[in-house]
Design a protein around this ligand. Sequence first.
Ligand code: NDP
Ligand code: GUA
Length: 481
Amino acid sequence: MLNLQDKDLLRQACLIDGDWIGADDGAVDDVTNPADGSVIGRVPRLGDAETRRAIEAAERAMPEWRGKTAKQRGLLLRRWHDLMLEHQEDLAALMTAEQGKPLDEARGEIGFAASFLEWFAEEGRRTYGEVIPSPMGDRRMMVVKQPVGVCAAITPWNFPAAMIARKAGPALAAGCTIVIKPAGQTPYSALAMGELAQRAGIPAGVVNVVTGDARAIGGAMTASPRVRKLSFTGSTGIGKLLLRQCADTVKKVSMELGGNAPFIVFDDADLEQAVEGAMLAKFRNAGQTCVCANRIFVQAGIHDAFVERLAARVAELRVGPGHEAGVEVGPLIDAAAADKVEQQLRDALAKGGKLHVGGERLSGNFLSPAVIAEATPEMACFSEETFGPLAPVFRFGEEAEVLRLANDTEYGLAAYCYTRDLGRAWRMSEGLDYGMVGINNGHVSTCEAPFGGVKESGLGREGARQGIEDYLEIKYVNMAI
Ligand SMILES: NC(=O)C1=CN([C@@H]2O[C@H](COP(=O)(O)OP(=O)(O)OC[C@H]3O[C@@H](n4cnc5c(N)ncnc54)[C@H](OP(=O)(O)O)[C@@H]3O)[C@@H](O)[C@H]2O)C=CC1
Ligand SMILES: O=C(O)CCCC(=O)O
């Protein structure tokens, strides 16, 4: 099934210091296709010792890499970007095989991933310092920005390429080197990116990719005083664990963690626009994005029409293996993910939810996308991240009430609001305790904008001009003249 034009993009070894290596003890992990459980291949199961060697390689590569000009680094990043687009079809096929998302979405993600390399190739040239007006006549004071040092990145399976590019792009542009640990379910996209980084001419040791034992690799990364920054995307639980582990060496950290996005539709919203926004915000990547609409709040006056229209649109969604033409919703990443969504569905139905469409466990990891109305805050889907194709609709009355409900969560990543009242749009965007707000728009992610959350959704921002700051240290220089 996996018939790549460029067979060398299927790498089954790890990239350390420019060499493709296996585990010291030869251990490997199977990588399976979530659509049918078939084994795609095997990747090395590295641990502590190999990770420490990767960190040492990254440290050795630092002086030469940071010594290049931002423009020189940018040219190499740009070449990496071009190669990703040149190999978009193969990279998308690899991603669909290991992650399950429809091929069109996978192609889109490769473009999205490459956009971060291009953006930061350019942004690296704009890491300006400043001159401070001195309070003393014989002193000059300035601020310069310098690369933070060796970085470590731990990334999830839901966006196997974009989450790597969003970290490696700014790290490399800033003059840092990096050791990347992709999710166990989706190593091939990461290894193919490593291969393309090499072909782009990025020197050995600047980009290293290690697969294997998450605890051992994460332990080596966080314990090492050589690693000066950790950037993590994944669950809030593992994020907290890594934060604790980073405390001993006081590393800089970026954390992009879970979400529980409210999607709010007021009576005055454009119904069609709101439904289409909900389709995108809820069912993209089978509901497995951290910015997915988790709770859909609809005002009483438009509620029934919205539910009816949403259910009709959801019934049209084509579910199936991602490589089949026309498929819009692929499998969930694994059985545990599908079980979790099913549990939330059962819980909602037991507590009075009304199922309008879907909700069946099809074969394997496939679920038919579901819409439940009459959802209430007592249901698990109100407080837990669903990460799957289940859309619970909550009815509300007043603006103050929905704002309180929307903010009633420990998460604070993305929120969406549909209204044609300009004043309300401002009030809601200011009142929502979230890092990102979509107004009349169900898709906010782009390389030009700062992506990230507040509260337990994380620390720091990725993308945009802010995204490179997390990879830079500020140095203040005071000179007597
Ligand atoms: N914010 C987001 O985008 C994401 C949120 N999630 C949320 O998390 C839930 C569970 O998903 P899951 O895949 O388990 O997410 P995890 O947080 O467990 O995995 C994310 C990454 O962390 C790694 N990891 C896991 N344990 C450790 C550890 N002890 N030390 C260092 N690294 C570690 C994983 O490696 P390995 O794969 O090898 O275990 C993976 O690379 C989802 O259902 C969803 O709710 C999940 C993914 C992305
Ligand atoms: O789930 C994430 O962590 C990234 C979401 C990217 C997107 O919205 O496309």
